[in-house]
Design a protein around this ligand. Structure first.
Ligand code: HEC
Length: 169
């Protein structure tokens, strides 16, 4: 009888302590989970700030293009502007992917900074180095969605794909 009671007490004690132990483990885990959530929240804030900064930089580049470049090169980059006509400028059509394909970013940077003939130089006070980089990406982007230039195509495969008529369904 006493033995039985002792056994029961041990079992109860075990259940109670293990219950408390599990509870303690849970509370111990809690702050860590919270810290993880905070880090995740911080990362999200950082990513948001980063994408906001990027959007701002892109907007600034577009603005610079609008003020300093579009009057000659055109809002779409095709170079068909009244100013170009009046000044008898021969401007490349940047909506054609071939137009800038053979020019490196360094060559374009040098031309934008130094100017050439009737192309006016863009001063550092009007566009930072990063903004000139942005301008180059922006004007290269005018040909997006147009068929890729043969020189820019990395392999023959995409060209073969393009030649294959789409499946009729
Ligand atoms: C007054 C008109 C005028 C303005 C404004 C102008 N450009 Fe040009 N741009 C030209 C002419 C003309 C050429 C061709 C020059 C040549 O033969 O090298 C040219 C050439 C270029 C080229 C070389 C690639 C190509 O298509 O031949 C780039 C890149 C370029 N311009 C970028 C810009 C950018 C960026 C701006 C604004 C910051 C700008 N241009 C403003 C007239 C202009």
């Amino acid at each position: 009888m006493l033995k039985r009671f002792m056994l029961l007490a041990v079992v109860v004690a075990f259940v109670v302590t293990s219950g408390v132990f599990a509870g303690a483990q849970q509370t111990a885990a809690h702050p860590r989970a919270k810290a993880g959530a905070n880090a995740e929240g911080q990362a999200q804030t950082d990513a948001k700030a980063q994408s906001e900064a990027k959007a701002k930089a892109v907007a600034k580049v577009k603005q610079i293009y609008g003020f300093d470049c579009a009057m000659c090169h055109g809002a779409t980059g095709d170079g068909k502007t009244d100013v170009a006509k009046d000044m008898h400028l021969t401007l490349a059509d940047w909506t054609d992917p071939k137009s800038l394909a053979d020019k490196t970013d360094d060559e374009l940077t040098a031309l934008i900074r130094k100017g050439n003939d009737k192309m006016p130089p863009e001063d550092k006070s009007r566009a930072t180095d990063d903004e000139v980089k942005g301008l180059i990406a922006y004007i290269r982007g005018f040909s997006k969605g147009q068929p890729a230039a043969p020189a820019a195509a990395p392999a023959a495969a995409p060209a073969a794909d393009a030649a294959t008529p789409p499946p009729s369904n």
